[in-house]
Design a binder for this molecule. Structure first.
Ligand code: AMP
Length: 405
């Protein structure tokens, strides 16, 4: 069933206290924000709420809070300051997320005001329940829900987790007869990933890479029947090549996944496409002697990138694709000598004209940014774990908890 979206509530926002779960989990060192992408990404939902006369009360986690010692480094204060610069208006930061100061600040808000509450994971310490936020203490969700009239979840990065600040609030809001909607970011993720998984335009090509088969098994299993082709590169390819009887030398290998790799290859028929050549090196080092070899890797070498023939083969398959999902690098792309396969796949995606292209996972996203092709990609997912869970066909609690239309 279609989910309620913040824009469905346009006429109900004026004068309302709107609790918004955003993903402000940004890198911070000594109070300085390294990359404000996630704050920028939350702006459309926040602006929509305040432009329509709502009062925006923002909740987010930041990092992992294990003890009081983490509190200084993991305060959302610098984030609230950056948000104020981006919105070009004052943003009130409350150094608590529970209690009198929070309640009074919210009571004094005017229409269009923005308040940021302190890191929700400060609730993971100093209490009887244990990790109140991360273990979803229902009383905490109820308390936060009591602070607002409407809840908007816009944090896709935590949508695969059941926490008090997403699922807990949503459940308590619905119980009280109040709406829990998705924000624009969450809506975009549902739209792109949902269509790719449930309703892809064919040919649908899935490209998987990265170090481990084990991380991507669920995705492969779910997407075998839906994809026309599954292109596999990166370290995970070598367990599959070994399953086909190839020599893989010193390449990454998960022995305990060998039988499963055989099973998946059998199930997929010729849908799974593996490297036909590789850039192999004697050591895991950019400066190590390296050369292009075929699909058998010499005993003293390891495969660190897909080779030029494989790139050509992947590109040939991709040129007709109408839907492409890509997760994981084609090699150890942090080292320039083994980056070309990953960069070529990125370029191939950017060249597609009438296709929906989706990138998930930190490394593929970094490659897209390095190439400057991000604007040419239909959708770059904001959540690594959450997007993999979605591609595995799993229900994400942070989406399931949003009200139906
Ligand atoms: P993942 O976190 O599973 O997406 O894996 C990403 C990491 O896998 C990157 O740091 C790459 O350097 C590494 N990687 C990709 N291909 C290979 C390979 N053939 N051998 C060793 N490491 C690889």
């Amino acid at each position: 069933m279609a989910k309620l979206i913040v824009s469905d509530l346009k006429n109900e926002l004026k004068g309302k206290k709107v609790l918004v779960r955003v993903d402000f989990n940004v890198p911070i060192k000594d109070g300085v924000i390294g990359d404000d992408n996630r704050i920028v990404a939350a702006l459309p939902t926040i602006k929509y709420i305040i432009d329509n006369g709502g009062k925006a009360i923002l909740l987010s986690h930041l990092g992992r809070v294990k003890s009081d010692a983490d509190k200084k480094e993991l305060s959302l204060k610098p984030v609230a300051e950056r948000l104020s610069e981006l919105l070009k208006k004052p943003v009130t930061f409350v150094p608590e997320n529970e209690g009198k100061e929070v309640e009074e600040t919210i009571d004094n808000m005017k229409d269009g005001d923005v308040v940021v509450l302190e890191n929700t994971r400060f609730q993971d310490i100093d209490n009887d329940f244990g990790k109140r936020e991360s273990k979803n203490d229902p009383k905490l969700g109820e308390y936060w829900a009591s602070l607002g009239d409407i809840f908007v979840n816009d944090a896709f990065g935590t949508a695969h987790r059941s926490h008090a600040s997403n699922v807990g609030i949503a459940e308590a809001m619905k119980k009280a007869g109040k709406p829990a909607a998705a924000g624009y970011l969450l809506e975009k993720e549902i739209q792109f990933l949902g269509d790719a998984v449930e309703n892809p335009v064919h040919p649908f090509v899935t490209i998987l890479g990265g170090a481990k088969v084990s991380d991507k098994i669920g995705v492969i299993e779910n997407l075998i029947p839906k994809s026309d082709h599954i292109l596999i590169g990166g370290g995970m390819a070598y367990t599959f090549l070994a399953a086909q009887g190839h020599k893989i030398g010193k390449s990454l290998f998960e022995e305990d996944k060998l039988d499963l790799a055989k099973e998946l290859l059998e199930k997929a028929g010729d849908k799974i496409v593996l490297p036909v050549d590789n850039v192999a090196a004697t050591e895991f080092s950019n400066d190590a002697p390296h050369e292009v070899v075929g699909d058998d890797i010499p005993d003293n070498m390891m495969g660190l990138d897909i080779g030029p023939k494989t790139v050509a083969k992947f590109k040939d398959i991709l040129k007709d694709a109408k839907t492409v999902v890509w997760n994981g690098p084609m090699g150890a792309f942090e080292m320039p000598n083994y980056a070309e396969g990953t960069l070529e796949v990125g370029r191939a995606l950017a060249e597609l004209k009438d296709a929906v292209t989706i990138i998930g996972g930190g490394d593929s996203t970094a490659a897209a940014k390095q190439l400057g092709i991000a604007p040419k990609i239909s959708h770059i997912s904001t959540g690594g774990g959450a997007s993999l869970n979605y591609l595995e066909g799993k229900e994400l609690p942070g989406i399931a908890c949003v009200s139906d239309k």
